[in-house]
Design a protein around this ligand. Structure first.
Ligand code: BGC
Length: 781
């Protein structure tokens, strides 16, 4: 896999590269002077070596076919294969703009996104297959993020289930539905680590933790791609946005990213590496820069890391117009240069910007872009079309009968309900307000999110129906026999509703004539997702004020929170007896909420992200550093320690936290040995007992702390987890085996590996040094 600096420089010399020939080349040179393993080491019982994905197997027949095809392609046709354009999605259905249709006919476009349904994709495909000189089929991409038609909980919600088989199943169903509507390729999974709840796209990922996110990345890739890309119920997956997008400064979307190389390697790269190991077929570049180079122009990221280090064989697409944006970044002086830089960096396909389409030929003629680079990318894309079986039958994914038989299948809807239940996190349950008794009496469902269909499916539910299909919380409650429920919105989640008391009187009247209040509050669905950053994490509008008045009635209150980010619900955490986080739970969400409220399903979700007390604590995540002045060093209230004057350091809810309707008791962990050395392993066990009265599931989590390192190490790191189900009174001994490689990190000299020393280990139901009694072991040289 290794190439010499010389070989790389030859490529550099062949074209005039402007900014490429400076920082990046130095970086490339440094890389080779100091080769490091950027690989991610797993820490579970099973540590499989990444196998070559099925689709990457050598195929001489395919090579001959593509050689032959490429020999006949003009430069314009080749550049067409590097071009991805959107169709126009309109409320009445998708239609293609005139201009794009002409582009397809002229062979100037190789792939289309935002086009689906068997009919529509067949019509477009015909334009390419019958209307162009070479008849190369189009590839259809789409944002199938947390479901296609049947919508599952938002990705962050799914992550809260910590239920890897359930997450894989959701992706499998999404792929089956999407592929039945002619889609070949999903722009998912989004594997960006996100630690800033101000950033709206935190809702799209798997949360703050490297280990959990890596497990989920693998599961989603497996779910989408299955084990046969040519099957008509699988789609190509995309690991996005490569890389560092979640580190946008101040949580503002598209903002500058400034992270160290070490943080890149230890925090942001691993989930992408996990996706490569799982055989992901495509990568999408990020909008942001890394160390001054926009990701779409970074040869370091797209070639040195992704290709040369990780051996990625699929193709790389940019994010939406992100080549063009290199001009606004101040990295390219014009679009021509941006295109040249992107191609050289390793971009294969230009999403929506038409920069390659409009400039690349001239760049080649002027000697500023190389034909070899174009051929390289064309080949990668044609290979993927070939492996999907499109050259054999370009229409094989667009099948009206399959579409009708597949969308919203009852078993898919049932799965969506099940995953939704698994994703919900019980944050508080004082006095066992929950579960509600079947004879709960008169229920007042109050709040703007009680009966709004559009909100149930959250953002990035692109083909999701927001108007008719989603089951609201009101409908979910009404569907239960014997439930007496009335609903009023009472408050508003619109930002400008703050200060207004409109609706309060009606809500309080309802509250006063009811036996229990369910407050359905949170954020409107489009307050998270892309371009939806906030500077406050409070409940928007006048919801908080109404919530306080509802509690003041003295009736029991259950807050069902719907949102795509951690909110600072500090007041509620002290004053509202029961809080259930439901995220945006999907098409079947209302039924799933009712299942949990009434105890048909015992909540088992745990937070995949830390909940701060207020926005001022951000950034806050469980695996922070100890600092030289940790708060525990001082007496309570001591001044010169790392703390705030007005807020505790402790978050509102820790990463990994989640309650159940039963109680789980954890034994202290036991170790198979006092230590281990190279080639060895150590097994940690703990016995978990269901000490309560109902069956339930818990997420058993293994955390480590490397006490001293050649660079400072986090106070805790998740290294394994298992979700177990126990009957009342039942105990189970859970075991985790660790090897030295599982303790690897980027050391002071930038090599990746472990270091001898002492480690602290916890097996606990959440993060936090006091969540269970730790034990210590030694790693010897
Ligand atoms: C988003 C991507 C998405 C793309 C195509 C962009 O704005 O950042 O995540 O896949 O649009 O819809």
């Amino acid at each position: 896999m290794k190439r010499s600096v010389g070989a790389l420089m030859t490529g550099v010399m062949a074209v005039s590269l402007g900014a490429c020939a400076t920082t990046q080349d130095r970086r490339v040179a440094d890389q080779w002077a100091n080769p490091v393993d950027l690989g991610y080491s797993e820490a579970t019982l099973v540590t499989s070596q990444p196998a070559e994905p099925q689709w990457a197997a050598p195929d001489p027949e395919m090579d001959r076919f593509i050689d032959n095809l490429m020999e006949r392609m003009t430069i314009e046709e080749k550049i067409g294969q590097l071009t991805l354009l959107t169709s126009d999605l309109q409320s009445t259905g998708p239609t293609l703009r005139e201009g794009y249709e002409a582009d397809v006919r002229a062979g100037r476009v190789g792939s289309i996104f935002n086009a689906f349904t068997a009919d529509y994709t067949t019509r477009l495909q015909r334009l390419a297959v019958e209307g162009t000189r070479l008849g190369i089929p189009l590839l259809f991409g789409y944002d199938v993020i947390h479901g296609h038609r049947t919508i599952f909980p938002i990705s962050l919600g799914e992550a809260a289930s910590w239920d890897i088989p359930a997450i894989e199943r959701a992706a499998r169903i999404s792929a089956t539905e999407a592929a039945a509507e002619g889609i070949h390729w999903t722009f998912s999974p989004m594997v960006d680590i996100a630690r800033d709840p101000r950033w709206g796209r935190i809702s799209e990922g798997a949360g703050e933790d490297v280990y959990l996110a890596s497990q989920i990345a693998r599961a989603r890739v497996r779910g989408y791609q299955g084990d046969d890309l040519s099957a008509t119920d699988t789609v190509l997956a995309t690991a996005k946005h490569f890389v560092g997008y979640g580190a946008a400064q101040a949580g503002r979307d598209y903002h500058t990213v400034d992270i160290s190389e070490r943080t890149l390697r230890d925090t942001y790269l691993p989930p992408f590496k996990a996706a490569v190991d799982a055989g992901v077929a495509t990568f999408m570049t990020a909008f942001n820069e890394f160390d001054g180079t926009p990701a779409s122009g970074s040869r370091y990221l797209l070639t040195d890391v992704l290709r040369d280090r990780w051996g990625f064989d699929g193709f790389v697409v940019t994010d939406y117009t992100s080549i063009n944006e290199m001009v606004a970044h101040g990295y390219s002086r014009d679009l021509s240069q941006a295109g040249e830089q992107a191609l050289f960096a390793g971009v294969d396909m230009d999403m929506q910007g038409a920069v390659f389409m409009e400039n690349l030929k001239q760049s080649v003629e002027a000697g500023r872009a190389s034909r070899e680079d174009i051929d390289r990318s064309v080949r990668r894309i044609l290979e993927m079309k070939y492996r999907l079986g499109l050259f054999e039958d370009p229409y094989r994914y667009s099948d009206q009968a399959r579409q009708e038989a597949t969308l919203y299948r009852p078993d898919f809807l049932e799965a969506a309900r099940d995953v939704a239940r698994r994703s919900m996190v019980l944050l508080r349950n004082e006095g066992d307000v929950l579960p509600l008794a079947a004879s709960a009496g008169r229920i007042a469902l109050i709040g703007p999110l009680g009966d709004r269909k559009a909100d149930m499916i959250g953002s990035w539910a692109a083909a999701g129906d927001r108007e008719t299909r989603p089951v609201t919380i009101l409908e979910g409650l009404q569907a239960r026999e014997g439930v007496r429920v009335e609903h009023v919105a009472g408050a508003s989640d619109a930002f400008d509703a703050e200060g207004s008391r409109e609706g309060f009187a009606e809500a309080l009247a309802l509250a006063n004539r009811s036996d229990i209040i369910i407050a359905a509050m949170g954020e409107r669905w489009d307050m998270t997702g892309e371009a939806a950053s906030r500077t406050s994490l409070d409940l928007p509008g006048n919801q908080q004020a109404l919530l306080e008045e509802l509690v003041a009635t003295g009736k029991p209150v259950v807050l069902v929170l719907m949102s795509g980010r951690p909110n600072s619900i500090t007041w509620a955490s002290e004053n509202v007896p029961a809080i259930l986080h439901a995220w945006y739970p999907g098409t079947m969400g209302g039924l799933a909420v009712a299942d949990v409220l009434f105890g048909d399903y015992n909540p088992s979700g745990h937070l995949p992200v830390t909940f701060p007390r207020n926005v001022g604590q951000v950034p806050i995540h469980y695996d922070m550093k100890n600092t030289g002045r940790p708060i525990e060093l001082g007496e309570p209230g001591a001044k010169y320690v790392s703390r705030y004057l007005n807020t505790p350091n402790e978050p509102l809810y820790r990463f990994g936290y989640g309650l159940s309707y039963t109680d789980f008791a954890y034994s202290p962990p036991a170790l198979s040995a006092d230590g281990m050395g190279p080639g060895g392993s150590i097994t940690a066990t703990a016995t978990i007992t269901n000490a309560g009265e109902v069956a339930g599931e818990d997420v058993v989590q293994l955390y480590l702390r490397d006490l001293v390192g050649s660079v400072t190490r986090p106070v805790q790191e998740l290294k394994g987890f298992q979700k177990i189900r126990l009957q009342p009174g039942e105990s189970r001994t859970v075991s985790f085996t660790l090897r030295p490689e599982d303790l690897a990190f980027t050391r002071a000299d930038m090599t990746h590996g472990w270091e001898p020393g002492e480690f602290r280990l916890w097996i606990a139901p959440s993060s936090g040094p006091d969540a269970s009694v730790p034990v210590t072991f030694t790693l010897t040289e």
